[in-house]
Design a protein around this ligand. Structure first.
Ligand code: PEP
Ligand code: CO
Length: 459
């Protein structure tokens, strides 16, 4: 048996009741909006409490089981989507394109590495953003920072930047529409493996990565034809299981959507299947850790360069006292230049303590910089270098590099530099659409999938 289980609690009922919203706030909650009208907040929360769940507790449990396989080294997690969803972005095209690139990446990873891939969208709830500064100044004018469509408007005017709790109700409806379409696409034929070629049309056919994908798709087609010829046609060929995730940031929203499951009589945050705690809100005694410690969903915690192994072990003890595999995922985001130094002592000590965790790499948030033109960007090569470092560290320690967490879009945006199309900083202005962090575009995402598939094959 590895390590000590000194912090292990055997009685799962010790998870205890959910504190009320005021008690949660009293613990101290970082990165919350300052609403000017508390009656409007109460009204929005009351509306949210009356709405049906967006996801079902049983689906959350299924995802926990899949993530348990990730933590055992038997599966790989692909988690991806926008940095910040927007209400305007809730369109059929946008959702389909995002889904399509995730499906293509999953096919590449599954086929090239022969490992089951757990698919988790960063969507249907990813509307609130932590910010490094409360204020933003442009041309001498200072206003509250944009905190995501869940909180205020992106437009740089005083009126738009005032936090409006009614936006939380809109988050709910936008998430419901997104999930509805995702469920339709993933079970209604679009995600059928026979569509592998269709997912590739109208884009990469002419590009190097597109041709490479076509070759994989041809092989899959042949395999499917063979399977059908021998009479095998399992359900898995025709549908895909895709779960939803977002950062649990605004307490009003997450608290109002935390419900007692009628089957188990245990609390679940039914705003998404998987919720995570960000790098800026992982204070051990803070409100976010408290709330997420009470729910049954599978959860994640971002760990940046300042995280010590002791912090991580203490978080695991608070968030997963029963040490249940699949319950907890650590999403490390150290930066390409630091991952090889900072990750080994962290992983080694956490593993030695016997903590059951899935290790996932976020190669985005440690690699953001401002281009001379003022655009926030990331180098594709840095993204790859961090993932490679992550794989190498886990390989050296004998632990499992369990997945990647990426900011991407299905569209041909110009937000990250490099990749096969060799996007330059001077290209960023062409199609920069993110309201927050720069995302990999469709070509860059697929290139990443091929590179990670190679790393996985060797892992
Ligand atoms: C994010 O995932 O968009 C984010 C803000 O990440 P982090 O908490 O790791 O900075
Ligand atoms: Co981001």
């Amino acid at each position: 048996m590895p390590g000590t289980y000194a912090w292990l609690v055997s009685d799962s009922s010790t998870r205890g009741p959910i504190p009320d919203l005021a008690s949660l706030h009293a613990l101290g909650a970082a990165q919350q909006p300052t609403y000017p009208d508390s009656a409007a907040v109460d009204a929005a929360v009351a509306r949210l409490r009356s709405f049906p769940p967006l996801v079902f507790a049983g689906e959350c449990d299924e995802l926990t089981d899949k993530l348990a396989a990730v933590s055992r080294g038997e599966a790989f997690l692909l988690q991806g989507g926008d940095c910040a969803e927007t209400f305007d972005g809730v369109t059929a095209d946008n959702i389909r394109n995002k889904l399509r690139v995730l499906l293509q990446m999953a096919v590449v990873l599954t086929y090239a590495a022969s490992v089951p891939v757990v698919k988790l969208g960063r969507f249907a709830g990813q509307y609130a953003k932590p910010r490094s500064s409360d204020l933003e100044t442009r041309d001498g004018v200072t206003l509250p920072a944009y905190r995501g469509d869940a909180v205020n408007g992106f437009e740089f005017t005083e009126a738009s930047r005032i936090p409006d709790p009614q936006r939380l109700v809109e988050v709910y409806h936008s998430s419901a529409s997104t999930l509805n379409l995702v469920r339709a696409f993933t079970t209604g034929g679009y995600a059928d493996l026979r569509q592998v070629h269709a997912w590739n049309t109208d884009f990469v056919m002419g590009s190097a990565v597109g041709s490479r994908y076509e070759a994989v798709a041809n092989e899959i087609d042949r395999a499917l034809t063979f399977m059908q010829a021998i009479g095998a046609d399992p359900d898995e060929f025709h549908r895909v299981e895709m779960h939803s995730s977002h950062e649990a940031l605004v307490l009003e929203y997450e608290h109002a959507l935390t419900r007692i499951d009628s089957r188990t009589e245990l609390p679940y945050d039914v705003s998404g299947h998987f919720v995570w705690i960000g790098e800026r809100t992982r204070q051990l005694d803070g409100a976010h850790v408290e709330l997420l410690s009470r729910i049954q969903n599978p959860i994640g915690v971002k760990l940046g360069p300042t995280s010590s192994a002791d912090d991580a072990i203490a978080l695991a003890a608070r968030l997963n006292p029963e040490n249940t595999p699949g319950r907890l995922t650590f999403i490390t985001r150290m930066g390409a230049g630091k991952v090889r130094d900072l990750l080994p002592p962290l992983v080694a000590k956490v593993e030695a303590a016997g903590v059951q965790v899935a290790w996932v790499s976020d190669p985005m948030h440690g690699n953001t910089y401002e281009a001379s033109s003022g655009y926030k960007t990331r180098r594709f090569d840095d993204v790859i270098a961090e993932v490679q470092g992550f794989f190498d560290v886990h390989r050296a320690l004998g632990t499992w590099p369990g997945g990647i967490h990426v900011e991407l879009t299905g569209d041909d945006v110009t937000e990250c530099v490099g990749g096969g199309e060799e996007l330059l900083e001077s290209d960023l202005a062409d199609r920069y659409e993110s309201v927050c962090d720069p995302r990999l575009n469709r070509v860059q995402s697929l290139e990443l999938a091929f590179l990670v598939a190679e790393m996985l094959r060797k892992a």
